[in-house]
Design a binder for this molecule. Structure first.
Ligand code: SAM
Length: 134
């Protein structure tokens, strides 16, 4: 197999500029996160409106029926154009997330795919267009 060509410094920094995520929020409290990774404790529905943002990556993995409310608190001002919004359990708990999946799946500013990681479950991965709809 041919060895991939080394990238020039200019190309590398271009890549870093496009893919480095420096503004993100994880709305996913739980046992697999180290306690010191929490900068906020309490009801995420009350905390999200207080976060400054805007964010270019958001993971939604708290209460599944709360996704629409989180979305309304994040969009439009707290999500950058080009942001990724990722919601866990979009297959296994799709019934609980039905309203959210409909909303994001039909939203004119988002492209959404359901990414299956196992046969049972996966993520709704939504990309916010860099150009406003309309
Ligand atoms: C699916 S689990 C998250 C699992 C986590 N990603 C992990 O790997 O450990 C959902 C968590 O969100 C918490 N949660 C549910 N509703 C919440 C809310 N409104 N505010 C804060 N946490 C909430 C639950 O108590 C539970 O710990």
């Amino acid at each position: 197999m041919p060895k991939p060509k080394a990238k020039s410094p200019a190309q590398s920094s271009e890549i870093r500029k496009h893919y480095y995520l420096d503004r993100y929020v994880i709305i996913a409290p739980g046992r697999n996160l180290r306690p010191d990774s929490f900068s906020h404790q309490g009801d995420a529905h009350k905390i999200v409106p207080t976060l400054e943002g805007p964010f270019d990556f958001v993971l939604l993995d708290a209460d599944k029926q709360g996704q629409v409310d989180y979305f309304k608190k994040l969009f439009p001002t707290k999500l950058t154009p080009g942001a990724l919004l990722v919601a866990h359990n979009a297959i296994e708990l799709k019934d609980m997330m039905e309203d959210y999946l409909k909303l994001i799946g039909n939203h004119p500013e988002f492209e959404t795919v359901i990414l299956s990681l196992t046969m049972q479950d996966g993520f709704a991965v939504s990309y916010r267009s860099r150009k406003p709809a309309g």
